[in-house]
Ligand binder design. Structure first.
Ligand code: GCO
Length: 459
C-alpha cells in the first residue's frame, strides 16, 4: 500500500522569491522591496539582505514562466504551488486594480492547466503592499477588510480555473520575525500587546478570505493555510518518548508564539490557548476572547497545510513530560545548518491530525544544498535525493498507518531568493544560473519524476 491514488505531487514557490519584474507593468512596492532596497547597516554592521541583493530580478519567473512550466511538466509535477503578489494586482493594496498584473496570473493559470498541472494558489506569502504598511499594516483594524477586497479581485478572476487555495503562508514567520524580532520585512519590533493584536488581525484577515472564497468561487474550492511552527520528534519510538514529543509539539501552556497552538487552535478550534493567554496576563488583549472574532477566524477549512523541514529532538523526562535531547554529535545538517530529521514527516502530521482532525498537505519540505553545475553540464544533488527519499519514506509510513495525507509540495520548484539570505541558498529542483537565467533540471528533478510516476511505490 502507498499513498492515496489521488495523492497530489507538487512543488512550491512564492511570488517575491521568484518573479522579479518588481517595478514592471504597474506592480506596486511591497514591504520586501523596501526591505531589500534599504541598504542601511544594522547595529551588527549587517545589511538586510546578504550581498545587498534584491528580488528586483531574481529568477525572472515573470518572463520565463512558460518555459519553466514546460520544465515542471518534464519533471512530472501534478501541481504547482505559487503565491500572488498582492501589490502587483493592487499596487496601492486596495482600490485601483493593475490589469497587467492580474493578466499575468490568469496567463500563468492557463499555462499550468495547458500543461496538466493543477494550480494551488497562496494568496499571501509575506509581500505585503507598502502603501498599506504605511497605513499601519496588520496593526490597522481595517486590515482584514483590505485582505478581503484583494481576495475578491483574485477569486473573481481566477476561481473559474483555480480550486485549491491557501490564504496565508507561515503567519508565524511573517508576524514573529517581521513584526516582533524585526529581522524580516517590515522590520517592526512590536511589544505586548501590539503584536498580539497584529496577529489577531492577520488571522481575522484569513477568516475574511475564507468567507470571500466560499461565497464567490466559481469552482468548488478546497481551502487551507500553509503553517510552520516549532515541532519535536522523539529520540526513540518508545511510547514515553513519543508521548514526550507529542506534548512538546502541541504545547498549549506557553507564551512562545512558535507553538502551534497559538495559530491552529484559533484557526481550527475557534479559541487561542487559554494557558498561553494567561501567560500574557493583562497584556493579553480582550479581542483575543471576542466570540465574533473567533468565529470569523475559525471559518471551516478543507485541509491543513504544514511546512515541515526539521524538528527538535526530545525525550521523556521520566515524569510524564519532556526534555530537550542533545542532537547526536555530527548529526547531518543541510547547507543552512538545519537538522535532517526525516521522522518529522512521520510524527508531525500524525500529532497534528490527532488533535485538529483535518486532512494534511505537506505544503513545503526540502533543503538547501551547495549545488553547482558539474563539468558534465549537469547538477548532481545526491544529498537532496537522499533527503527527499528519507522524508517521503516517513510520510509514506504515516499514510500507510492511517494519517490522512493528501499531498506533498517540494520546496522549491526552482532556485530562488531565500529572503535575507539572498541567492546563497539553493532549494530548487531546477537550478538557476542567475547571470544567464539558464535553467538546468537537477538530478533530484529526474528522481522526483520517478517517485511521482510510481505514486511513491518506489520509495
Ligand atoms: C518558509 C517560506 C519559504 C522559504 C523556505 C526555505 O517556509 O520560510 O515559506 O519562503 O524560502 O521555507 O526557508
Amino acid at each position: 500500500m502507498s499513498f492515496r491514488k489521488d495523492f497530489v505531487w507538487g512543488a512550491a514557490t512564492a511570488a517575491y522569491q521568484i518573479e522579479g519584474a518588481a517595478y514592471e507593468d504597474g506592480r506596486g512596492e511591497s514591504v520586501w522591496d523596501v526591505h531589500c532596497h534599504d541598504t542601511r547597516k544594522n547595529p551588527e554592521g549587517k545589511q538586510n539582505i546578504l550581498d545587498g541583493e534584491t528580488g528586483d530580478v531574481s529568477c525572472d519567473f515573470y518572463h520565463h514562466y512558460e518555459e519553466d512550466i514546460q520544465r515542471m511538466k518534464n519533471m512530472g509535477l501534478k501541481a504547482f504551488r505559487f503565491s500572488i503578489s498582492w501589490s502587483r494586482v493592487l499596487p496601492d493594496g486596495t482600490g485601483r486594480v493593475n490589469e497587467k498584473g492580474l493578466q499575468f496570473y490568469s496567463d500563468l493559470v492557463d499555462a499550468l492547466l495547458e500543461a496538466e498541472i493543477e494550480p494551488w494558489v497562496t494568496l499571501f506569502h509575506w509581500d505585503f503592499p507598502q502603501q498599506l504598511q504605511i497605513r499601519g499594516g496588520w496593526q490597522n483594524p481595517e486590515s482584514p477588510e483590505w485582505f478581503a477586497e484583494y481576495t475578491k479581485v483574485i477569486v473573481d478572476r481566477l476561481s473559474d480555473r483555480v480550486s485549491h487555495w491557501m490564504t496565508l503562508n507561515e503567519p508565524q514567520c511573517h508576524l514573529i520575525i517581521g513584526h516582533v524580532q524585526g529581522n524580516c520585512a517590515p522590520k517592526l519590533r512590536l511589544t505586548e500587546p501590539e503584536y498580539l493584536l497584529a496577529i489577531h488581525n492577520h488571522l481575522k484577515a484569513h477568516g475574511r478570505a475564507v468567507q470571500v472564497i466560499r461565497k464567490y468561487a466559481k469552482k468548488k474550492p478546497e481551502i487551507g493555510v500553509a503553517f510552520c511552527f516549532g515541532s519535536s520528534v522523539p529520540v526513540s519510538d518508545q511510547p514515553e518518548d513519543v508521548k514526550a514529543a507529542r506534548i512538546a509539539t502541541l504545547r498549549e501552556d506557553t507564551k512562545d508564539l512558535w507553538a502551534v497552538s497559538w495559530w491552529l487552535d484559533p484557526v481550527i478550534l475557534g479559541h487561542y490557548p487559554e494557558k498561553g493567554m494567561e501567560a500574557y496576563g493583562e497584556n493579553c488583549p480582550e479581542e483575543l476572547r471576542n466570540p465574533e472574532d473567533l468565529k470569523l477566524i475559525s471559518e471551516p477549512l478543507d485541509f491543513l497545510g504544514i511546512n515541515v523541514y526539521q524538528s527538535g529532538r526530545v525525550e521523556s523526562d521520566g515524569q510524564g513530560g519532556y526534555r530537550e535531547a542533545k542532537n547526536p554529535c555530527g548529526a547531518p545538517v543541510t547547507a543552512m545548518k538545519w537538522q535532517v530529521t526525516p521522522e518529522s514527516l512521520y510524527y508531525v502530521p500524525k500529532f497534528l491530525q490527532e488533535k485538529y482532525k483535518l486532512p494534511i498537505v505537506i505544503t513545503e519540505n526540502g533543503l538547501s544544498c551547495p549545488d553547482w553545475v558539474f563539468l558534465d553540464g549537469k547538477v548532481h544533488d545526491p544529498m537532496r535525493i537522499d533527503f527527499m527519499h528519507r522524508y517521503l519514506s516517513c510520510l509514506k509510513k504515516a499514510a500507510e498507518e492511517g494519517t490522512d495525507i493528501r499531498g506533498y509540495f517540494a520546496w522549491s520548484a526552482i532556485d530562488n531568493m531565500e529572503w535575507n539570505n539572498g541567492y546563497t541558498e539553493r532549494f530548487g529542483l531546477i537550478y538557476v544560473d542567475y547571470t544567464t537565467q539558464k535553467r538546468i533540471l537537477k538530478d533530484s528533478a529526474y528522481w522526483y519524476r520517478e517517485v511521482i510516476g510510481s505514486n511513491g511505490e518506489n520509495l
